[in-house]
Design a binder for this molecule. Structure first.
Ligand SMILES: Nc1nc2c(ncn2[C@@H]2O[C@H](COP(=O)(O)OP(=O)(O)OP(=O)(O)O)[C@@H](O)[C@H]2O)c(=O)[nH]1
Ligand SMILES: [Mg+2]
Length: 344
C-alpha cells in the first residue's frame, strides 16, 4: 500500500524546509550499493544541473572510487566497510544504523531519485529504507531500479522483493532489466552494457531535473510532477530523439528503446517534455509529437507538456516522457509473490 496522502501532508505542513538552489527545489540523486554508485558516478561525470548526487554504500573501497557530490559509508561498525555480502538483512541493518543521517539529509528534500542495482545486499536491503525515510521527510521519491540477470539465481528473487518494497514507498518506480542487455548487445563488454542502461537512468534524471530547474518555453513546475506521479498505478518512461525534420520519428525512437517497455496504452497521466533548437520546436511538430503519445492514453488522461529550446540539440528533437497510472508494471516477475524469500 502506498501511503502517499500521509507523507505528502507532512511536506505541505513543513515550513522549515530550506531552499538551497536557484530553482528553489532541493533535488537529490541517491545511488545505493555497487550498481547504484556506478549509475551515480556516470551521472556525476555527465553532470546534472540542479541536483546533488549522493552515493551510499557499505563497501568503502568501491565508494571511494566513485564520483558523487556527497558520499555516505553505512554500517562501518558492523562490517568494517567490506560490503553486505549479498545479504539484504545486513544491508538493511547498515541502513538503519545511518537512519539519522538520512533523515537529516532529506530534511530539506523536495525530490529524491533513488537508484540501485537490486539483488545484492546493500541496495536490496537499504534502498527500501532510504525510500521510506525520504518519503516520510515529505519528498517525492522516484525509484529507478535494475533487476539482476536471470542467471544470477536467487538474486533475481530477492530483487523482486526489493522492487515491491520500494514501490510501496516511492511515488513512482521504474524497473529496468539487466536481461535486456543480452537481447540488445550480447557481445558488448559488460561495463559498456551497464553504461547503456545508465544512459536511460541519466536521461530520466536529467530530463526531469532540468525540466524543473531550467527556464523553458513551456515550464513544468513541481506541482505538475506531483500531479503526474501522485495518482498511483505503475509507471514507465520513454526517451527518444530524431532529426527535426522527422518529428514523428522521435516517438517511434522512444517506443523502440529496448530497455523500456513501450506499452503505455491506457496510461492515466503523462508528463511529456520536448527539447530542440529553435528550428526544431515548431508549433506543428510539437503538436504532432504530443498527439502521437496522447492518442494511446486513457481518453480522460491528464497530460502536462513542457518544451525547452536547447541549442545543443542541433537539428534534433528530444523527448522525455513519464507515463503513470498504468494497470500493469513495465516488467513483471516470473515467479509467484508467495514464493519470495522473506527479508528479515
Ligand atoms: N545495470 C547495472 N547493474 C549492475 C551494476 N553493477 C551491479 N549490477 C547488478 O546489481 C546487482 C547487485 O549488485 P551490487 O550493486 O554490486 O550489490 P550491492 O547492492 O552493492 O550489495 P552487496 O555488494 O552485497 O553489499 C548485481 O547482481 C548485478 O546484476 C551496474 O553498474 N549496472
Ligand atoms: Mg556491493
Amino acid at each position: 500500500m502506498n501511503s502517499a496522502g500521509l507523507f505528502d501532508m507532512k511536506r505541505r505542513n513543513d515550513r522549515r524546509r530550506k531552499k538551497n538552489t536557484a530553482s528553489g527545489l532541493n533535488i537529490y540523486v541517491v545511488g545505493v550499493g555497487g550498481g547504484g554508485n556506478n549509475s551515480v558516478d556516470r551521472l556525476s561525470r555527465i553532470g546534472v544541473y540542479g541536483a546533488t548526487t549522493i552515493s551510499v554504500n557499505t563497501d568503502e573501497v568501491h565508494l571511494r572510487s566513485k564520483k558523487a557530490d556527497k558520499k555516505m559509508l553505512i554500517g562501518r561498525r558492523m562490517n568494517k566497510g567490506m560490503g553486505a555480502g549479498g545479504n539484504p538483512s545486513v544491508g538493511r541493518e547498515c541502513g538503519e544504523s545511518a537512519s539519522d543521517g538520512f533523515k537529516k539529509m532529506f530534511s530539506d528534500a523536495d525530490l529524491v531519485f533513488l537508484t540501485t542495482g537490486l539483488g545484492g545486499g546493500t541496495g536490496t536491503g537499504a534502498a527500501p529504507l532510504i525510500a521510506e525515510i525520504a518519503r516520510r521527510s515529505g519528498a517525492m521519491v522516484i525509484g529507478i531500479v535494475t533487476l539482476p540477470f536471470s542467471v544470477e539465481g536467487n538474486r533475481r528473487r530477492l530483487a523482486w522483493q526489493g522492487v515491491q518494497q520500494i514501490e510501496s514507498y516511492a511515488n513512482s518506480t521504474i524497473t529496468l532489466d539487466n536481461d535486456k542487455l543480452l537481447e540488445v548487445s550480447p557481445e558488448m563488454p559488460l561495463d559498456q552494457g551497464f553504461g547503456m542502461m545508465d544512459s536511460v537512468i541519466s536521461n530520466l534524471v536529467k530530463g526531469v531535473t532540468e525540466t524543473l530547474t531550467r527556464q523553458s518555453l513551456i515550464n513544468l513546475d513541481f506541482n505538475d510532477l506531483r500531479t503526474v506521479l501522485g495518482g498511483g498505478g505503475y509507471s514507465t518512461l520513454l526517451t527518444g530523439e530524431a532529426p527535426s525534420e522527422d518529428p514523428k520519428q522521435v516517438v517511434k525512437d522512444a517506443e523502440c528503446n529496448p530497455f523500456l517497455d513501450a506499452d503505455y496504452e491506457g496510461a492515466k497521466r503523462a508528463l511529456i517534455h520536448l527539447s530542440g533548437d529553435s528550428n526544431g520546436l515548431l508549433v506543428k511538430k510539437t503538436h504532432d509529437i504530443v498527439g502521437m503519445v496522447t492518442s494511446k492514453l486513457d481518453k480522460d488522461a491528464s497530460v502536462i507538456v513542457g518544451a525547452r529550446i536547447d541549442h545543443k540539440c542541433k537539428n534534433k528533437i528530444k523527448m522525455m516522457t513519464v507515463l503513470t497510472g498504468l494497470k500493469k508494471r513495465n516488467i513483471s516477475p516470473t515467479i509467484e509473490k508467495s514464493s519470495f524469500p522473506e527479508i528479515h
